[in-house]
Design a protein around this ligand. Structure first.
Ligand code: BMA
Length: 810
């Protein structure tokens, strides 16, 4: 049986001016330097600049290795990931060189280790050296940022992005081990599991159906011999596959009766099965591979320019978020962190995560948690915002990396679609990045589709995001395929989200600063201002603060008297913007078949489009997402010169009941009212016109529409906040100490708009269960504040803990 010996732990790290220090495997130099107090925290103030030398330095990780396992015909040295440019030496003998972070490497070290312990050295050359060498060799290529990330196969955003620092690290970022084996080992196992797919149109979605398992096995041998592979599903024998003589490949296409489908969230259970493949020599198990997989079929219906994801034959409204690496040093990620972040997404109503192309192919744990949670994954191939050369030495790296990751991720039912790149087709066209150079088009339109046709025909592929399906239309065409909505944030106002109904919105976003404590802990500016140096250093977007300020003016008239007011208003504006977009687009389902928010998470403390900040704190947007991405939601929308109530029912059951629409004044007096019985079919939207008598505001500065259906409600204001009379809502606040924290009951006499409780201002470890809450006259709400230690009930009265819009604007 194959025997693995982990090489993780403490190695010797050397490089540059620092001499020697402990280096962790898996890990990276920045984290090692930080742990050994050799560099300041690069997340703090502008220390990012002070540590820039680390990325331009060469580093060596070394240790002694001995094979401690049982005697075997072969011993391999295996790296699951090296970041990035490395020469590997064992006992002074060169094993090979690497230049791709997104691949694994394996070296036969049988003879070198036969004689006892040897020194293993991994010599990293600065990624800049290699990227600049390749750039000099192939000639420059345009890209969106002034760093050479498109000349090296390394996480692009480690070179900085419009939400991220430039921290170009190096290291053995994924596990390393020795593997001893004899006769043969399983080199690849590639299961493509679909549900009811043998006859297209056969019953979808139902339990107890037939799955199909298209299984390909690759073996590496030391000797020719008749072998077999035994395939089990949850312990049930599915097949025995022969690998006669010198065969290194085998394939089986199996019907699997009596399985339940894997379904995305909101569409049934995500059934998973344990798939085991055992490589046998007679009755002896040589190697064993085990993963959980699931049976589901995926298609994207692009008829008429649309982009509707179908899983198991049923259309799925995509409520998505874009995912960036959750840590600028991805070797720091743990299964627990993935689990926490992905559960947060699921709890917010998200059903799809897009792994963005400037990051990484994530760890197995990421996809396993998505499998379990029923979160669909859209995986970009790793190209973003640039022209990418198609020549060597990059081309063969791209091919190798794609083949390896398509194979590695094949078992995961959560992975529903592959995407060629982020914005490269669009930017090349829209920016006029012409010139006499290769730029990546061949990868997206031919290389990658050919690899998928061979290795994974079970999943749909799009050449890019955005992409209209062909060059017949511009890549970012609202009428065809995927659309990235960025003009609204960059140049317009968020009300312009309503100007069009794209077929699928794969990116859109609005910035806001992180939680107050996250900002305060990252930036020591005194006084802290929206434009003080540290705050600006933690704002990476071009003219980001200008856009934030210009975004506030049409709605609030000012950008806040104080940094606290700015912080409150920009967070509120982020919520208003995203609410405007999502509610508008959801009201156009199925024409607009989904939205993918830019972005769920951050990888350091920064002002960005994220819903969860770099310290893991929830911005108010996170809580708004729960409403926007709920199965059932209500919104008032302008349509054809009037108003409609859009009843959004992304639920398998019909939704019916009385729809009440009232016009009230801010004191709660009902000025006009209408009630109508409404029935909304499953997975659909009903648009109910609001009669002019109700929709006709007499005094927009003091009136609002309140519509109620089931247990949800929607508010509509005819005036912008700058023109609204923000009277004192007359709040009463009662604080009760309860196990684990405080329950804060807030009661309003009059309309209290956008009440916000910022728990981190009570204690850095405190959390709250809601973001902005608007109370109508006479209403109350309870904010549940929880913390790992006892909280002082009096702290709720501290400045800016509990705030209303009226208090900020008056
Ligand atoms: C798109 C994304 C990212 C970027 C975001 C915000 O370009 O794909 O590259 O961070 O917009 O500008």
């Amino acid at each position: 049986m194959l025997h693995a010996q982990d090489l993780g732990g403490t190695w010797d790290l050397r490089g540059g001016p620092v001499g020697s220090l402990p280096g962790q495997v898996p890990g990276c130099v920045h984290v090692d330097l930080l742990n050994d107090a050799r560099i300041p925290d690069p997340f703090h103030d502008d220390n990012e600049k002070a540590v820039a030398w680390v990325g331009r330095t060469d580093w060596t990780y070394a240790r002694d290795v001995t094979w401690d396992g049982p005697a075997h015909e072969r011993v391999d040295l295996v790296f699951d990931g090296l970041d990035t440019v490395a020469d590997i030496l064992l006992g002074g003998v060169a094993l090979g060189s690497t230049r791709n972070m997104h691949r694994g490497y394996r070296f036969d070290v049988t003879e070198l280790l036969a004689g006892g312990p040897q020194r293993l050295e991994v010599l990293f050359t600065s990624a800049y050296t290699e990227a600049e060498r390749v750039r000099d060799l192939l000639g420059p290529r345009p890209n969106a940022y002034p760093e050479p990330f498109n000349f090296i196969r390394k996480m692009a955003c480690s070179f900085g992005w419009d939400w991220g620092p430039t921290l170009v690290t190096a290291g053995i970022w994924r596990p390393a081990r020795l593997e001893g084996w004899s006769t043969a080992r399983l080199a690849t196992v590639r299961p493509l599991a679909t549900f009811g797919a043998r006859h297209p149109g056969s019953p979808p979605g139902a339990a107890g159906g037939t799955g199909r398992l298209d299984l390909t096995i690759g073996v590496e041998r030391t000797r020719d011999r008749d072998l077999r592979a035994r395939v089990l599903l949850d312990g049930r024998l599915l097949a025995v596959i022969d690998l006669p003589g010198d065969a290194t490949n085998a394939r089986a296409d199996l019907d699997v009766a009596g399985v339940s489908p894997w379904n995305p969230r909101g569409h049934g259970e995500p059934a998973l099965y344990e798939l085991t493949v055992e490589l046998l020599d007679g009755d002896r198990v040589l190697d064993r591979w085990r993963r959980r997989t699931g049976f589901r079929s995926v298609a994207i219906d692009q008829a008429g320019g649309g982009f509707v994801v179908h899983v198991n034959g049923a259309p799925v409204l995509v409520r998505g978020v874009n995912w960036i690496p959750d840590d600028i040093f991805p070797s720091r990620m743990t299964r627990e962190r993935y689990e926490r972040r992905l559960r947060e997404a699921a709890d917010a109503g998200v059903n799809l995560i897009r792994v963005w192309g400037g990051g990484i192919y994530e760890d197995r744990a990421f996809y396993e948690v998505c499998d379990e949670l029923g979160l669909m994954v859209w995986q970009d191939f790793l190209f973003a915002c640039a022209d990418y050369p198609e020549e060597e030495p990059l081309r063969s790296e791209v091919v190798a990396e794609a083949r390896e990751n398509v194979t590695r991720l094949a078992p995961h039912p959560s992975l529903v679609t592959w995407n060629g790149n982020n914005e490269n087709l669009w930017l090349h066209q829209a920016m006029g990045w012409d010139g006499d150079h290769s730029w990546g088009q061949t990868y997206y339109l031919s290389t990658l589709p050919a690899i998928l046709a061979e290795l994974d025909p079970s999943r749909p592929y799009q050449a890019g995001s955005p992409w209209s399906g062909s060059w017949d239309h511009l890549p970012n065409d609202v009428g065809h395929g995927t659309f990235h909505s960025w003009e609204v944030w960059n140049r317009e106002d968020y009300l312009h989200y309503r100007d069009s109904a794209p077929r699928f919105v794969a990116e859109f976003g609005w910035q806001a600063p992180p939680a107050w404590t996250t900002l305060r802990q990252a930036v020591s500016d005194d006084p802290l201002r929206p434009d003080s140096p540290g705050v600006l250093h933690h704002q990476k977007a071009e003219d980001g603060n200008g856009k934030l300020a210009r975004g506030l003016t049409p709605h609030f008239g000012s950008s806040g008297e104080s940094v606290e007011a700015w912080h409150y208003l920009t967070q509120l504006n982020q919520v208003r913007a995203i609410r405007t977009g999502v509610e508008h687009w959801r009201s156009h389902w199925p024409h607009t078949a989904g939205t993918i928010l830019w972005q769920l998470n951050d990888l350091w403390p920064v002002t960005s489009w994220a819903a969860i900040d770099g310290a893991g704190r929830h911005k108010p947007l996170y809580f708004a997402l729960k409403e926007l991405y709920a199965d059932r939601a209500l919104t008032v929308q302008p349509r054809d010169g009037g108003l409609v109530v859009a009843v959004l029912n992304d639920h398998p059951a019909e939704w019916s009941g009385p729809l009440l629409v009232e016009r009230q004044d801010s004191g709660g007096a009902v000025l006009a009212t209408v009630t109508r019985w409404v029935t909304v079919a499953p997975r659909s939207v009903a648009l109910i016109p609001v009669p002019a008598a109700v929709a006709g505001f007499a005094d927009p500065s003091a009136e609002l529409l309140v519509s109620r259906f089931g247990d949800v409600r929607a508010l509509w204001f005819a005036a912008e906040d700058r023109d609204f009379a923000h009277d004192d809502p007359g709040l009463t606040v009662e604080v009760e100490t309860v196990p684990g924290g405080l329950d804060v009951r807030v009661q309003a006499v009059g309309l209290a708009r956008d009440v916000l409780l910022q728990p981190d201002r009570i204690h850095p470890g405190a959390v709250c269960d809601r973001g902005f809450v608007t109370l109508l006259a006479g209403e109350s709400a309870v904010f549940r504040v929880r913390a790992p230690l006892d909280l002082d009930p009096g702290s709720v009265k501290s400045p800016w803990v509990l705030t209303t819009l009226a208090a900020v604007l008056r």
